[in-house]
Design a protein around this ligand. Structure first.
Ligand SMILES: Cc1cc2nc3c(=O)[nH]c(=O)nc-3n(C[C@H](O)[C@H](O)[C@H](O)COP(=O)(O)OP(=O)(O)OC[C@H]3O[C@@H](n4cnc5c(N)ncnc54)[C@H](O)[C@@H]3O)c2cc1C
Length: 163
């Protein structure tokens, strides 16, 4: 969709029903169970990886540090990893808070930047910039055994600090 399209809350369930017309009954039931007045309708955006996550005694984490598109399902996961790593350095430092924050930044910057850019790359496939590529992606997904999806998720997690 074009940026800036607006659908008022009372019409959001109808819009979804129209978009997902022809999908299995479970999907239709889910849509009908929604309360359109409390259904968020969000534009998807990310930000370029930041040059710094830390200045002095101030650190960014979670979306404020690396807002990403939801195409890898990693935004919340990365916020949890940030919190774990930050806590670990703050607990173990005997130097200073800024030193712990700098270590946090070093540990997190490349990891989160890589995932933001990977998710961005996937966005054009998943959200129909090229309709044929999107169709092919959903077609492949239908055939994909569940273990392949789980293994791909596990690979992302195991490459991080909680792996
Ligand atoms: C459609 C969609 C699907 C997603 N799917 C996944 C997924 O499958 N897996 C996954 O891991 N992640 C997913 N995410 C991403 C995930 O939701 C976010 O990355 C995560 O919530 C970021 O956490 P956060 O704590 O950094 O920020 P937020 O969750 O945005 O929390 C920030 C909080 O700060 C509050 N706040 C803002 N300004 C102020 C202020 N001035 N004073 C006080 N409080 C303030 C806000 O109200 C909010 O509660 C998805 C996101 C979207 C939109």
């Amino acid at each position: 969709m074009e940026a800036g399209t607006h659908v008022a809350p009372p019409h959001r369930r109808d819009e979804l029903a129209k978009i997902f017309q022809g999908w299995p009954t479970a999907v239709q039931n889910l849509i009908q169970a929604l309360d359109p007045e409390t259904t968020n309708r969000l534009e998807i955006a990310d930000i370029d990886p930041l040059e710094r996550l830390v200045r002095g005694r101030i650190a960014l984490l979670g979306d404020s540090a690396h807002a990403t598109t939801p195409t890898l399902g990693q935004g919340g996961c990365q916020a949890i990893e940030d919190a774990e790593v930050l806590t670990r350095y703050l607990h173990t430092t005997n130097i200073s808070v800024p030193d712990a924050l700098n270590r946090y930044e070093k540990a997190r910057q490349d990891r989160t930047a890589e995932l933001v850019l990977k998710a961005r790359k996937r966005t054009s496939t998943i959200y129909g910039h090229e309709p044929s590529a999107t169709q092919q992606w959903y077609q492949d997904l239908k055939q994909e055994p569940p273990e392949t999806v789980i293994n791909a998720l596990a690979k992302v997690i195991l490459a991080g600090p909680l792996g």
